[in-house]
Design a protein around this ligand. Structure first.
Ligand SMILES: Nc1ncnc2c1ncn2[C@@H]1O[C@H](COP(=O)(O)OP(=O)(O)OP(=O)(O)O)[C@@H](O)[C@H]1O
Ligand SMILES: [Mg+2]
Length: 320
C-alpha cells in the first residue's frame, strides 16, 4: 500500500512533483505523530526552498517531529575518502602511505566517486540512522540517477564479491606457502566482507515491500507516462517493485476556454491510459494548483487531498 512502508522513495521524471510529494508524505507522517526524516538524494536540492534556510547536510527539525536532510555529494565524497584513508593507515606500511593517499585523492576525482559516496550515505541512513525514526522518506533525483542509486547495492555487491573471491584465493595460496602455519588475519578481507554485508542488507531492505515503498510520481502527459513504465520495468529487472503512483497536476474539470478544454481532453486520455497501463498499482491523484508549491503553507493546501487520496488508494489495493 502506498504509504504503509516505513521507508518511502519518491521517484520520477524531472519536474513532475517528486519533491512536492515527498514533502507531503513527510508532513502527513509527522502530523500523524511519527518521528520522520525527509532526505534528498538529488544533487540539485530543493528541500531548502520549501522548508527554509538551515536545511543541509545535517538533519534538522523543521516542523514538529519532521527532520530534513539534504545529502551533499561533495561533502559525502570528502567524508568517504577520509574514511578510506583512515582504513589505509591501518593497512599500508608508512613508506607507501603517501603514494597510497595520493591515489585515493585521485580516485576521489574519478567519475563515479560522488555516486559511490552518495550510495554510502544512503546505506548509512537506511542501516544506522533509521533507528532514530519511525519513517524515512527519500526525495530523489530524476529517474535515471535514482534507478542507478536503487540498483547499486546489488551491482556493487556483485563487484565486491569478485574482490572477496580474489582476496580469499590469495589467502589460501598464502596458507599453502606457509605450510600449515597459522595465516594472520587479513584486514582487507575483513573490510570487504563488512562492506559486502552492508550492501546485501541494503539490497534486501530495498527489495522488501513491507519495508520499502518506491512511489513513482508522474503528470498525465506522454513522456512522463513512458518514462514511468520504463522505470518500473527496470526496477523489476533488479527484483524491486513499485508501491504505487502519484498522478500530479491534474487539471480541474470544468473549463470553457477552448485551449484548456483541449488540454483537459488530452489529459483525460492520458489518465485513462495510466489506469490501464498501471492497473496493478495503487494510484493517487493530486490537483493542479493555481500557484506554485514553494512553501509549507502551499503544501498545506494539497495535504488533505494527499492524505485522503492515499487512504483511497489503500482501499483500492485491499479490494484488488
Ligand atoms: N500540484 C501542483 N500544482 C501546482 N504546482 C505544482 C504542483 N506540484 C508541483 N508543482 C510545482 O511544479 C514544480 C516542480 O515540482 P517539484 O519540485 O516537486 O518536482 P520534482 O519532480 O521534485 O522536480 P526535480 O526533478 O527538479 O527535482 C515546482 O515549481 C512546484 O511548485
Ligand atoms: Mg525535486
Amino acid at each position: 500500500m502506498l504509504l504503509d512502508p516505513p521507508v518511502l522513495f519518491f521517484a520520477g521524471k524531472g519536474g513532475v512533483g517528486k519533491t512536492t510529494c515527498a514533502a507531503l508524505a513527510a508532513l502527513a507522517c509527522a502530523r500523524a505523530g511519527e518521528r520522520t526524516l525527509l532526505v534528498s538524494t538529488d544533487p540539485a536540492h530543493n528541500l531548502g526552498d520549501l522548508f527554509g534556510p538551515g536545511v543541509g547536510g545535517v538533519a534538522r527539525e523543521v516542523v514538529a517531529r519532521l527532520e530534513v536532510l539534504e545529502i551533499d555529494p561533495a561533502t559525502e565524497t570528502r567524508r568517504y575518502l577520509e574514511e578510506v584513508k583512515a582504513n589505509m593507515r591501518r593497512l599500508v606500511s608508512s613508506n607507501l602511505l603517501e603514494e597510497a593517499e595520493r591515489q585515493v585523492d585521485l580516485a576521489g576525482r574519478a567519475p563515479g566517486a560522488e555516486e559511490s559516496a552518495l550510495l554510502e550515505r544512503m546505506v548509512a541512513v537506511l542501516l544506522d540512522e533509521r533507528q532514530h525514526y519511525q519513517r524515512v522518506i527519500f526525495d530523489t533525483a530524476p529517474t535515471g540517477h535514482t534507478l542507478r542509486l536503487l540498483t547499486m547495492p546489488s551491482l556493487m555487491g556483485a563487484w565486491v564479491d569478485g574482490l572477496l573471491r580474489r582476496r580469499g584465493a590469495l589467502r589460501e595460496a598464502r596458507a599453502g606457502w606457509m605450510g600449515g602455519a597459522e595465516v594472520p588475519d587479513d584486514p582487507v578481507f575483513e573490510l570487504l566482507h563488512r562492506r559486502r554485508l552492508r550492501l546485501e542488507q541494503t539490497r534486501a531492505l530495498l527489495a522488501d515491500s513491507t519495508v520499502t515503498g518506491i512511489v513513482f510520481v508522474l503528470v498525465p502527459e506522454a513522456l512522463p507516462v513512458a518514462e514511468t513504465r520504463r522505470g518500473i520495468d527496470e526496477l523489476a529487472d533488479h527484483g524491486l517493485t513499485a508501491a504505487g503512483l502519484v498522478v500530479n497536476r491534474v487539471m480541474p474539470e470544468a473549463t470553457s476556454d477552448p485551449f484548456y478544454a483541449e488540454r483537459k481532453r488530452r489529459e483525460r486520455d492520458y489518465l485513462a491510459r495510466i489506469d490501464t497501463m498501471f492497473a496493478e498499482l495503487s494510484r493517487l491523484q493530486l490537483p493542479l494548483l493555481a500557484g506554485d508549491v514553494d512553501s509549507v503553507s502551499a503544501l498545506e493546501q494539497l495535504l488533505p487531498v494527499f492524505i485522503e487520496g492515499a487512504a483511497e488508494a489503500a482501499d483500492q489495493a485491499s479490494a484488488r
